[in-house]
Design a protein around this ligand. Structure first.
Ligand code: SF4
Length: 323
């Protein structure tokens, strides 16, 4: 079975955008591939100022994955730092990766702008560690959004260089382009993001979700209930497309005819989100009653991952003539 690798940084709560995109995709991939899913906590260190929250974020992310349907019997689910072999491979790859390749990565340039006071070595080396994450498990496929394609291309370049310099060792990982829906946040302007506090966290209760949805910005031109609305410019309407697919025509019509008010429309959206997330929430709450189960899953995942990692490193050291 072809092996897939993907990782997610534990930097805080997951929101409905993550759920509709990455998390549901992870669940689907299990039917076709042997999946290796890593909570990449070392990557989180490049941007996280306060690491005291890391254990909580890691646990919560594992909980989200398991509740959404990632099956630890089928897939390997583990924490990156629990398999320290990845750091050794990253050091070796760092020796063959030209600095110029890393400096031209668009996300590095963005991060330099975002955190000029903390342009650390880890930020520059991020793609090298990312490549190590993938090839340590000899993964052949990596699910990516359009914006991550340059990262994967760089990973492939590093692999080609290693295989040419030493010996054919790693498969070149291929991108599996995934159409992640672009979910705009409740502010109606920016991409949904926990850092902008415009998100709907999936771990919220039904009441919290409703309260949150009621804060959403709608059609700015609609001042009063009697004013006709413009669903095409309204973010609540955009969200209905994902959560109320069979009702969008009727909502648009009632909005344009001022037959539905924004308060009612948002309540309806909250109901639909809550209905969709209800099985997930129930499962999440049930798993959370036994935190030891989550720890066991991660420990078992790390053990299985390390078996592959040790074998790869043995081959790498041999091919690099390290004794
Ligand atoms: Fe948006 Fe709904 Fe209000 Fe129309 S009724 S402007 S779709 S929130």
């Amino acid at each position: 079975m072809t092996r897939v690798f993907s990782g997610a940084r534990p930097t805080g709560r997951q929101h409905i955008g993550n759920y509709l995109g990455a998390i549901q995709n992870y669940v689907k991939l299990q039917a076709e591939y042997e999946c290796v899913y890593s909570i990449v906590d070392v990557h989180a260190l490049t941007t996280l100022d306060d690491t005291r929250k890391l254990p909580e974020y890691t646990y919560e992310l594992a909980l989200d994955w398991l509740a959404a349907g990632i099956d630890p019997k089928k897939s390997i689910v583990f924490v990156q730092s629990h398999v320290p072999e990845v750091m050794e491979l990253s050091t070796y790859l760092g020796m063959i990766t030209p600095l110029s390749w890393l400096l031209r990565v668009p996300t590095f340039k963005e991060k330099v702008k975002q955190q000029p006071e903390n342009v650390n070595y880890g930020l520059v080396g991020y793609p090298v560690l990312m490549t190590s994450d993938i090839i340590l498990y000899k993964a052949e496929v990596v699910p990516v959004g359009e914006d991550q394609v340059p990262h994967l291309e760089l990973a492939r370049e590093i692999v080609r260089r290693f295989n040419t310099l030493y010996a054919p060792t790693f498969p070149e990982p291929k991108a599996k382009l995934t159409d992640f829906p672009l979910i705009v946040g409740l502010d109606g302007k920016n991409k949904m993001s926990k850092s902008l506090d415009n998100d709907i966290p999936i771990s919220f209760s039904a009441e919290e979700t409703t309260k949150r949805v009621m804060t959403a910005v709608t059609d700015p031109a609609r001042q009063f209930r009697k004013d006709p609305g413009h669903p095409d410019v309204c973010n609540v309407y955009r969200l209905h497309r994902y959560f109320s697919p069979g009702e969008t025509d009727s909502i648009a019509e009632r909005c344009r005819g001022a037959q539905i008010g924004c308060v009612e429309c948002k309540r309806l959206l909250a109901e639909r989100i809550n209905a969709l997330l209800s099985p997930f929430r129930e499962k999440r709450a049930a798993i959370a009653t036994n935190p030891d189960y989550v720890k066991e899953v991660l420990a078992d995942g790390a053990e299985r991952a390390r078996v592959i990692a040790r074998e790869t490193l043995r081959e790498v050291r041999h091919n690099m003539h390290l004794t």
